[in-house]
Design a protein around this ligand. Structure first.
Ligand SMILES: C[S@@+](CC[C@H](N)C(=O)[O-])C[C@H]1O[C@@H](n2cnc3c(N)ncnc32)[C@H](O)[C@@H]1O
Length: 72
């Protein structure tokens, strides 16, 4: 069983619609997660939705994660 199997099981069980991954790297997990809306944050990964650090991401979010997800 892989990390994405556990994440997908939780998404399915609880009916989650949004997935945010901090630190995407090669996208081994990110690309296999099945969720309606997915965002990835990683300053060094071409697979990231937002190529910025998590500190910058949450600073720009200013406590409002929905706002942060619209920054892209
Ligand atoms: C162990 S890898 C992530 C593996 C990935 N979650 C997976 O399941 O395949 C760690 C990643 O964190 C990223 N990273 C390091 N510092 C970060 C930061 N301040 N903000 C966001 N991502 C960061 C690195 O660029 C790297 O791609």
């Amino acid at each position: 069983m892989y990390r994405f199997d556990i994440i997908n099981a939780l998404i399915k069980k609880y009916g989650y619609q949004h997935y945010l991954e901090i630190g995407v790297e090669a996208g081994e997990t990110f690309t296999k997660v099945q969720c309606a809306v997915k965002h990835g944050v990683d300053p060094f990964s071409v697979n990231a939705t937002f190529r910025i650090s998590s500190d910058e991401f949450f600073a720009r979010a200013n406590g409002d994660i929905e706002y942060a997800l619209r920054l892209g």
